[in-house]
Design a protein around this ligand. Sequence first.
Ligand code: C2E
Ligand code: MG
Ligand code: MG
Ligand code: MG
Length: 291
Amino acid sequence: RAKQQGRNSLCYFDAAHDAALQARHQLLHALREALQQGQFRLHYQPKVDMGSGQVIGLEALIRWQHPQRGLVPPAEFLPVIEDDALGLDVGDWVLAQALRQLTEWAAAGCALPVSVNIAARHLQAPGFVERLAELLRQHPQVPPALLELEILETGALQDLQAVRQVLTAAQDLGLQFALDDFGTGYSSLAYLKNLPVRTLKIDQGFVRGMAQDPGDRAIVQAVIGLAQAFDREVIAEGVEDRELAALLLALGCRQGQGYGFARPLPPEQVPAWVRGFVASWRPLCPHEEGS
Ligand code: C2E
Ligand code: MG
Ligand code: MG
Ligand code: MG
């Protein structure tokens, strides 16, 4: 009887598995069409200097403008394409789109650095640096130093040397790098020690928890200390309110990004947001322990 049950649940599993596979297949097909039909968008989330109220850059974040479903967030479609060749095509599109936007903003006299998220697989794909160089040639009005790549650690330590080679070559083109979600991977410290990155991005999970959880606060402090010791910059993600901003500032982290300043914005709203933010900035009160 146990055997029979086992067989039944196996059948059930197979059917569910088939349905999931088919749904994934359909989504992949829809995403290929989305790329061809120009349905992807980049939104831009401001990064600010929490000490001075200056806007220091923008992070490009992909969305899918679906004709029926509206704006679809990346968590709902990036996992489906990341193991497919489409992931590389979408990654190339993101880079090209960010450079087109930078060109437009440069012409309008509002050039801010833009950072682009790069999947580790994209970074290590053959010809990545050559395509990057070609894209930069096609956008001569954009100083390469305005383009930053945000690298998410993959967990495979043997990739480190390959990643290092690519970053060194891209560095020669003038680009800057940040380690995204720093502290959440398996080998963050090896990445910090071995890669030519300018900036550590403290993961938003630690940042959000730091007001209540002493462990999160200790991790945030440790990352700020590491950045100082290695002479790197540090930015906090997920800064949702002024209290967190004041706390981070008191700990020595000046750069921040989060809903407390702005949500990711469609590009046409960015220049007005920047002007409004700068005009309405109020200095943060230094955070007082135990208050
Ligand atoms: P990420 O690079 O760590 O980006 C930060 C994410 O946190 C964004 O979500 C952003 O909207 C969200 N966020 C920002 N501030 C706050 C806050 O104060 N509170 C909360 N709760 N969330 C905040 P999004 O846009 O959904 O992107 C999720 C992830 O998808 C990104 O995490 C990144 O890993 C990936 N991603 C986004 N765009 C691209 C892309 O163009 N290429 C690649 N390869 N990955 C991308
Ligand atoms: Mg990022
Ligand atoms: Mg992040
Ligand atoms: Mg993330």
